[in-house]
Design a protein around this ligand. Structure first.
Ligand SMILES: Cc1cc2nc3c(=O)[nH]c(=O)nc-3n(C[C@H](O)[C@H](O)[C@H](O)COP(=O)(O)OP(=O)(O)OC[C@H]3O[C@@H](n4cnc5c(N)ncnc54)[C@H](O)[C@@H]3O)c2cc1C
Length: 372
């Protein structure tokens, strides 16, 4: 599911795009003076407030993530990789599916390869079932892609609906529902998870009602299109929904702490080949290597989608997310205000793209300067 499908899920896709008609850009009018009771602190977007620019590679598969069991030589491998732009969102859900398959083997001793969001959630769920788990990984938090993620709970950019099979869609819907439920139990400072309002900003009319596709109805409370008088944003069309925001630096540390407190072992090790991977002593290996699975398994479907973030000084008073216009977003976290929304498919470098950084800065400066 790409960004457009995700906006559709949030009842915010322009009506023209839904009906397949050619989209006409609406004339941007000055926003009606916002006089509502809810206060919207303005994000201070300025070059001298930038504290870092970072990039990460989303492990994207157009046909969707892989959760399946495979016999390779004398080992059983349970794959759990390829979450695209939704690995933070879905990790507990796909971990649950992978854990079920691992438990079915009847073994009690597991190797989890990978220590990003997906590996950590998988390791914890196996521990909760009384199993012994060792994590093997080349990089530990904070050096994983999962640490770069923005952390909005939204299964966005996870698959291409034209390429996903019905069997995958069943796994996806189940994983999303499970993950949402696991995260609801983690809301609070310890895991760095909280509920937050999201505002989708568009220059085209929005669909009203209809719910979220792919069986995700009910996962985005308070979802509706707003009247102009209900928001301060300088765009003609705005919708709102509520979801969770996960702060990866806090969250990943907390889950790692839980894993170690429960007796888990961590071994820092890189697997340069499938043969080395299969030489692990444990009889069952959970493969949570994200983009690393491409080289290990020669998975041709797996491709990087580079995402870049410009991070501003924190503003604790900002208590809402903006999505759009033009694909840009703003997430307010304790470690900074995240400005993002870039997708460079097939790009492997982590070097910041200056043009994208400029597009983010200019777009967000305009948005918050013109906010009522
Ligand atoms: C800019 C940006 C914003 C994002 N925003 C969001 C968001 O808001 N919400 C959301 O849900 N998702 C978001 N994502 C997507 C999310 O970051 C990924 O889906 C997620 O990190 C994937 O987790 P993972 O555990 O599979 O992979 P990783 O975090 O990459 O972990 C992989 C692990 O496997 C190990 N490994 C790999 N290969 C080997 C090997 N050969 N030998 C040993 N170890 C190996 C690595 O060292 C690492 O420990 C975003 C991504 C980016 C880049």
């Amino acid at each position: 599911m790409n960004r457009r499908d995700w906006l559709k899920a949030a009842a915010s896709l322009p009506a023209a795009a839904l009906t397949g008609c050619a989209a006409r850009t609406a004339k941007v009018t000055a926003p009606a003076r916002y006089q509502g009771a809810r206060k919207f602190a303005r994000v201070k977007v300025a070059p001298d407030r930038v504290i870092r620019t970072v990039a990460g590679l989303r492990p994207y598969r157009p046909s969707g993530f892989v959760v399946r069991t495979q016999k390779l030589d004398h080992k059983i491998v349970v794959h759990n990789y390829g979450h695209g732009g939704g690995g933070i969102t879905l990790c507990w859900g796909t971990a649950h599916l992978a854990m079920e398959q691992a438990i079915e083997t009847g073994q009690k001793d597991f190797a989890v390869v990978g220590s990003g969001a997906v590996g950590l959630a998988t390791a914890r769920l196996l521990q909760r079932r009384g199993c012994t788990v060792t994590i093997y990984a080349k990089d530990l938090p904070p050096a994983t892609t999962s640490n770069i993620a923005g952390g909005q709970w939204s299964p966005y950019s996870v698959f291409d609906p034209d390429k996903a099979s019905p069997a995958f869609m069943n796994q996806f819907t189940r994983a999303a529902r499970l993950a949402n439920s696991y995260y609801q139990d983690m809301v609070g400072d310890y895991y760095g998870v909280r509920w937050i309002e999201n505002y989708s900003l568009s220059d085209q009319p929005l669909r009203r009602g209809g719910g979220a596709p792919f069986g995700l109805d009910g996962l985005f409370p308070e979802s509706r299109v707003l009247e102009k008088s209900e928001h301060p944003f300088p765009v003609p069309y705005v919708s709102r929904f509520t979801t969770m925001l996960i702060e990866p630096p806090v969250y990943l540390n907390a889950v790692m702490r839980d894993f170690l407190l429960a007796g888990g072992k961590v071994v820092v090790r890189e697997f340069a080949s499938l043969a080395a991977f299969l030489s692990l002593p444990e009889p069952v290996i959970l493969n949570c290597t994200g983009l690393g699975a491409k080289a290990l398994l020669k998975d041709e479907d797996l491709t990087p989608i580079k995402g870049q973030l410009t991070v501003l000084l924190p503003q604790p008073e900002v208590d809402y997310i903006t999505l759009g216009p033009e694909g840009l977003y703003m997430f307010p976290r304790r470690d900074g205000i995240l400005l993002g929304g870039t997708h460079e498919e097939g790009v492997w470098t982590l070097d910041p793209n200056r043009e994208e950084a400029e597009r983010i800065m200019q777009g967000q400066m305009k948005l918050f300067r013109e906010m009522a």
